[in-house]
Design a binder for this molecule. Structure first.
Ligand SMILES: *[C@@H]1O[C@H](CO)[C@@H](O)[C@H](O)[C@H]1NC(C)=O
Ligand SMILES: *[C@@H]1O[C@H](CO)[C@@H](O)[C@H](O)[C@H]1NC(C)=O
Length: 531
């Protein structure tokens, strides 16, 4: 009885105290966010919403030409930097060329040309961002206000390095919301990444590589290094040189960041070495599905036992080439399923009455709906993570960036199938779609990934918020950083030690040899003399 009431008091106590225990000290931290536009903003905004809900105040730096990042928001205040050119045009022009080249069949020459074009486009994009950063540095009153505001934390996405340079200048603890850096996979910048089993993104390889594939992996790695050294890195280095004492470059700044909130996990990605300050938050953007709007719900329910197929190719693609859209529509028209297709551009003439064309769809709510059988997708990270979360198998049509690699991870685990855009015709699309629909292994494998992904001690978004507040509470997390980031390469690889040992051993062997020779020769000469 006594213990019972003690328990009651304890419970009562903890109910009162718990909120205090959960959010100590850092109530109302000040966070400066330097985001990347486009699909990257979608998941940065989810973090901002959560930070806002927990009482932190947020300032977002955005270019005036931003497509998605609104100037006015109840969640944050913004600082707008005037910009002239929008990046979206570059992407669309490149994509058109790219699709054309892919469909005409890719020779190694076209491949090189396209890679070069892609790298050039990237370096133009980065130099535009460097211009934006230069503008910030030239605006003395802005810089002063940023310094005066005394932010507790900079949260930035280092796909573009402007945020980390500014954070260094302002000398504020930095948390990265990261998967890609200016040159490929972020982890290559801090964690040991043996090329024997860590595939370089873009190579289309897995963690099980043959000799030729490892050769290819090495080639792609050298492309990444080339890109960082000669195409993307220099403009940031120039700004560092001008504004940061002692200079800096993208890689050294990344290595100095306090916490890496890494948008991946090992249910999705191939296992590889990691670091103490890397926190895996793959799928943090996923939430249980909300009910659909009545019209859409009616459409989905009307499919009956056959279920529904949904298709989207993401935010970057405005329009598929017409003939591809026609072929896809004709395949859909023959299916017994209902189809919801996010398609912008001309309405295909072969469209069936089972296909609903929309210009936007509540993707995550649909994926969470039990009627959805297959997700036809381009393989952007958000979509793939949501498909894993809800356990819906994927038929992937990758376009560019990381999309092929994302889809490959599903295909390797038997949870998805890839069709290259160049190979899409009514026959291949029909076959691929039916395979993913009717072979149960796809759904079972995907649902297994889903169960693994959900089986975590703490939800990825809570994990992310915990570490941001941790950095605010402790003014950084320098104790989690390895010493590796300060070392020149010959120390990192212990080349100096190896060379010293090699010299010592050589010296020992050589001197022993000389000594023996000397002794033995002396013996022989004395023998000769005795005779
Ligand atoms: C790796 O690939 C080789 C050749 O493709 C295959 O024989 C082997 O079974 C694979 N190993 C694993 C662990 O999947
Ligand atoms: C849709 O098309 C199919 C075959 O083309 C036809 O049998 C069916 O009646 C049509 N349904 C509606 C609602 O128009």
């Amino acid at each position: 009885m006594a213990s019972h009431s003690a328990c009651g008091i304890y419970t009562c106590f903890s109910i009162v105290l718990m909120p205090l225990l959960i959010t100590p000290l850092c109530d109302g931290g000040k966070v400066l966010v330097f985001p990347v536009d486009g699909s990257h903003w979608i998941n940065m905004k989810i973090m901002i919403e959560e930070l806002h809900a927990r009482g932190h105040s947020i300032k977002v730096i955005r270019p005036s030409t931003s497509w998605y990042i609104k100037e006015e928001s109840p969640l944050y205040d913004s600082i707008t930097i005037p910009e002239n050119i929008a990046l979206q045009n570059f992407l669309q022009i490149f994509l058109d060329d790219y699709i054309k080249a892919q469909r005409e069949g890719v020779s190694s020459f076209t491949f090189l040309k396209l890679t070069w074009q892609f790298l050039s486009m990237l370096s133009v994009a980065h130099s535009m961002n460097c211009d934006m950063l230069a503008q910030i540095f030239h605006d003395e009153s802005l810089i002063q206000s940023l310094l005066d505001a005394q932010y507790d934390l900079v949260l930035t996405d280092p796909a573009i390095s402007t945020g980390i340079v500014l954070a260094k200048y302002l000398n504020i603890p930095t948390v990265l919301n990261v998967r890609w850096i200016s040159s490929g996979d972020g982890l290559f910048a801090i964690a040991p990444s043996p090329l024997s089993y860590v595939p370089v993104p873009g190579s289309g390889l897995t963690d099980n590589m043959s000799f030729m594939e490892r050769l290819k992996n090495m080639f792609f790695y050298s492309l990444v290094v080339f890109q960082e050294r000669f195409m993307v890195g220099p403009c940031y280095k120039a700004i560092c040189h001008k504004h940061i004492q002692g200079g800096c470059d993208t890689i050294s700044l990344l290595q100095e960041a306090d916490i890496w909130l890494f948008r991946s996990d090992f249910v999705f990605d191939f296992p590889r070495p990691t670091m103490p300050n890397v926190v895996y938050i793959g799928g943090f953007q996923c939430k249980p599905a909300q009910p659909l709007l009545p019209d859409l719900e009616d459409f989905v329910e009307s499919a009956g036992e056959h279920g529904v197929i949904i298709m989207t190719l993401g935010t970057y693609v405005k329009a598929l080439p017409n003939d591809i859209a026609e072929e896809i529509a004709s395949v859909f028209a023959k299916m017994p399923q209902k189809v919801i297709w996010r398609h912008i551009g001309q309405r295909p003439s072969t469209l069936g009455n089972n296909t609903l064309i929309v210009d936007w769809m509540p993707q995550k709510d649909l994926l969470g709906h039990p009627q959805i059988k297959v997700f036809v997708a381009h393989g952007g990270t958000n979509g793939v993570q949501e498909a894993i979360y809800h356990g819906v198998p994927v038929l992937g049509i990758p376009l560019f960036f990381d999309q092929f690699d994302n889809l490959l991870r599903l295909q390797e685990r038997g949870a998805g199938k890839i069709i290259n855009l160049a190979d899409v015709n009514s026959h291949s699309f029909d076959q691929g779609l039916k395979e993913v629909l009717h072979q149960d292994s796809y759904r079972h494998n995907m649902q297994r990934l889903s169960r693994l992904h959900r089986d975590q001690p703490i939800a990825p978004l809570d994990h992310a918020i915990f570490w941001m507040e941790y950095v605010m509470r402790h003014k950084g997390a320098a104790h989690l950083r390895t010493e590796a980031y300060r070392m020149p390469w010959y120390i990192y690889y212990s080349i100096d030690v190896l060379v010293t040992l090699l010299v010592a051993v050589t010296f020992f062997v050589l001197s022993t040899f000389i000594m023996f020779r000397f002794l033995c020769c002396r013996g022989r000469t004395s023998k000769v003399k005795q005779h």
